[in-house]
Design a protein around this ligand. Sequence first.
Ligand SMILES: Cc1ncc(COP(=O)(O)O)c(C=O)c1O
Length: 345
Amino acid sequence: MLWPPAVDLYSDTQTKPTAAMRRAMAAAEVGDEQQGTDPTVNGLCARVAEMLGHEAGLFLPTGTMCNLVAVATHTSPGDAIVTSVDSHIVRSETGGAAAYSGVITDLLTGDRGRFEPEAVAEALAPGNAYRPWPRLVCLEQTHNFGGGTVWSPAQYRAVADVAHRTGVPVHTDGARLFNATVASGTDPGVWGEPVESIWIDFTKGLGAPMGAVLVGDRDFIEAARVHKHRCGGAMRQAGIAAAGCLHALDNHIERLADDHANAARLAEGISQLGVGTEEVETNMVWIDVAPAGLGAAEFLERLAADGVRMSRVEERVRAVTHLDVSAADVETAITAVGAVLAELP
Ligand SMILES: Cc1ncc(COP(=O)(O)O)c(C=O)c1O
């Protein structure tokens, strides 16, 4: 494998902070985040809460910790949470919700991560002496393993309405929320307003090195702060990191449209080479290399030898565009895929 890869489509987590972001971080005014006196962190939390239409925000090191803390705040051990079968909470957080909060998951299938309100209504049948009580519905916008898919505002609200009718709160994993706002031309409040808690990640398309902000009402955030501390997520001069996040909010949202255009071009170029791609909605291209008579692992290995890095989930190959991938890089990647396929017997 060539390292570093010439074109890194492994994930949008692979961005490096820009020179301007590093300057903003170096100049940050800082305090003690753990004691609530870091002005840059406080400014970031207030700004994200306002963007998403909530009262308060909590700065956490990672998105995984946002999900962990939010599930713990909404539930008690033995409760059930309702989410999609391939949500990040279920597939990629090493069972954190079960290990830390003691919840069981009730898993819904649907259209690439998006399920119907009727399915939620069924899952929210009340608990009893046998059946665990469903206490939380978890959504993901965009949906990663669904394919970077975007919920429509109507379906998202319909699902939240069903939950609320049975008194169950809704939590949204917004690791890539701004990919959804840019792709659908919606305001962030459209996704914040219908749910009790939601968070955004700064380390994906927004290109910051660390940080995520979880928002909700004041009581929820105060309860979440206890879990944050318990998990070891309370920090000190975290304003350095928060300054990178503020810089991302100012400079890296609108440009996500470039990532979406690059992903669409990548899918078009690759599908013309005879392998299948799933429909692209944001910055992810999911590729099925089986029609070329090749396993995903072997495909990735051959591609890496040509300097192009992608990832895989089982037999699905994933390519993600981001801040450090140019339109020219996309053409390089298409050429490399063509070369791998041309080498096959
Ligand atoms: C949908 C989704 N949720 C949560 C996370 C976790 O975020 P973090 O890497 O900041 O812990 C990711 C990371 O890839 C993700 O894709």
